[in-house]
Design a protein around this ligand. Structure first.
Ligand code: GDP
Length: 195
């Protein structure tokens, strides 16, 4: 699947603001600073998503319309340490509302994890929760340029075990070096076209 057109159609603060459905959607979730905006930009082939210098800036659900057919949905980052309880609550609420309202539209959920980090409780909880909604999960290890090939392979294995994901549902990428991006796009296309 080639990304021919991208349009940011909505940045929603609340569920009442989510746009009407298209043919399906893929959502992206991960800790803030994991490299989500950079990966989105690499997939889009242009700079659309805001790459932050300050972690934990995005608090909205951003809907990108792709080829006038699908949404790529940028969910707000989690695990930011310096935010208030109220903001955490807002985040949790927004994500839960998103999945509750759109679960039948979501063809693939992509969890981004930093390849230098161990699997976290958040990651495991998120994957279990999304699996329970019967939504396929792909884990993508970001910033693969930051570790050796050997450590990367070990990490892929770690995540596979911790998140109970089958072979092929864990990929790695470097947006900086433009490595692994095509594989992520291939996987997205597979799940969008399967429906
Ligand atoms: P987000 O908060 O998850 O959207 O993360 P960003 O895309 O804004 O990236 C956070 C930081 O990580 C920025 O300083 C990026 O330049 C850096 N970054 C993102 N992707 C990569 C990558 O593939 N390799 C390296 N080395 N740095 C990256």
């Amino acid at each position: 699947m080639l990304v021919k057109s991208v349009k940011l159609v909505k940045c929603s603060f609340e569920k009442a603001d989510f746009p009407p459905p298209l043919r399906g959607e893929v959502c992206f979730v991960g800790r803030s600073n994991v490299g989500k905006s950079s990966l989105l930009n690499a997939i889009f082939g242009r700079k659309m998503a805001y790459v932050s210098k300050t972690p934990g800036k995005t608090r909205t659900v951003n809907f990108y319309e792709i080829n006038r057919q699908y949404y790529f949905v940028d969910l707000p980052g989690y695990g930011f340490s310096r935010v208030s309880k109220q903001e955490r609550f807002h985040w949790k609420n927004l994500i839960e509302n998103y999945f509750e309202l759109r679960k039948h539209l979501v063809k693939l959920s992509i969890l981004l994890v930093d390849s230098r980090r161990e699997p976290s409780q958040y990651d495991i909880m998120f994957v279990d929760w999304v699996k329970a909604l019967k939504i396929p999960v792909l884990a993508v290890l970001t910033k693969s340029d930051k570790i050796s090939r050997e450590n990367l392979l070990r990490r892929i294995e770690n995540y596979g075990e911790a998140l109970q994901l089958e072979n092929g549902m864990i990929l790695s990428c470097s947006s900086l070096k433009r490595q692994g991006i095509d594989k992520v796009v291939e996987k997205i296309a597979f799940f969008l076209q399967r429906a």
